[in-house]
Design a protein around this ligand. Structure first.
Ligand code: C2E
Ligand code: MG
Ligand code: MG
Ligand code: MG
Length: 285
């Protein structure tokens, strides 16, 4: 259930957490509280452009710091949030916090990167989504061009007509759109010519065995070249080893994310580690 949680609504079956929360109702009550009681926080994972050796984007990834249970990863609560409808206030909190963090960095004139925010299909299907998102961004005063929304193929495929309208509204404001977990959803390629898409994020399941599995390599290669041909940025997700990076470079991949460069870390750690002059050391040792 956890793996598909972002793509469709499934019955929530907590595994690692089930012994801690008395039941699902309790967890939902706690999560509702978490949103208003300052228990959520954002970690950030850098995206590196290989041709320039520069960070170009930070992906915001939510965590729940539970007063008793400590840090809970999103894979343990996003499905519950989607099922209970809490994903709407949670998603708004994430977007606002990402914008406020960007505003702080702008005010301090540092870390001049885009911020990528994950958008659940449940948020994307909400009638008010685009207007609400734009309102939040405007309230924080940052230029929407600093933002990228990561959506999944399933978000797009739900209702093509509505999707065009929503994406055009967001793009008109200057927000970039990326397709997260590209390649694992069930979808047609047709939308790539219909919709304003800026970036494809190759799912890390393809990158994982790129060195040993020729099919994984072939698919990754095809996505990278599709991106070049369509003039769309392509990011390889989940790069953990230098061997994977070498092959991705050979395959003319332009941008990467993954533990090799950095796992998601707090805003404070980002400031310490990814100041312009230090981040290259992070990957070149
Ligand atoms: P995602 O958007 O595909 O994010 C990438 C996930 O892969 C992150 O897990 C990240 O920590 C992990 N990752 C990055 N590099 C590597 C690597 O080299 N190796 C491995 N093994 N993993 C890597 P995380 O932070 O636990 O998030 C999991 C998923 O939860 C995200 O997948 C996204 O679908 C969802 N999520 C996270 N934050 C949010 C949010 O604010 N809103 C929504 N709607 N979903 C979110
Ligand atoms: Mg993502
Ligand atoms: Mg992804
Ligand atoms: Mg993923």
């Amino acid at each position: 259930a956890k793996q598909t949680g972002r793509n469709k609504l499934v019955t929530y079956q907590p595994t690692s957490l089930k012994h801690r929360f008395a039941n699902q109702i309790q967890m939902e009550t706690d999560l509702r509280k978490a949103i208003t009681h300052n228990q959520l926080l954002l970690y950030y994972q850098p995206r590196l452009e290989l041709s320039t050796d520069r960070i170009i984007c930070l992906e915001a990834l939510v965590r729940w710091n539970h007063p008793q249970f400590g840090m809970i990863p999103p894979t343990d609560f996003i499905s519950l949030a989607e099922e209970s409808g809490l994903i709407l206030p949670l998603g708004e909190w994430v977007l606002r916090e990402a914008c406020l963090q960007k505003a702080r960095w702008l005010a301090e004139d540092k870390l001049d990167y885009q911020i990528a925010v994950n958008i659940s299909p449940c948020q994307f299907q909400d009638e008010a989504f685009a207007d609400k998102a734009i309102q939040i961004i405007e309230q924080t005063g940052i230029n929407p061009a600093y933002l990228e929304f990561e959506i999944t193929e399933s978000s797009i495929m739900q209702n093509m007509e509505k999707t065009v309208a929503v994406l055009e509204k967001l793009c008109a404001k200057g927000i970039s759109i990326s397709i997260d977990d590209f390649g694992i959803g069930y979808s047609s390629l047709n939308y790539l010519k219909e919709f304003p898409i800026h970036c494809l994020k190759i799912d890390r399941s393809f990158v994982k065995n790129i060195q040993s599995n020729s099919n994984d390599w072939a698919i990754t290669h095809a996505i990278i070249h599709l991106g070049h041909a369509l003039n769309i940025q392509v990011v390889a997700e989940g790069v953990e080893e230098i061997g994977q990076l070498d092959i991705l470079k050979e395959t003319t991949c332009t941008t990467i994310q993954g533990f090799l460069l950095s796992p998601p870390i707090s805003a404070q750690e980002i400031e310490l580690t990814f100041h312009e002059k230090t981040y290259i050391e992070a990957i070149h040792g």
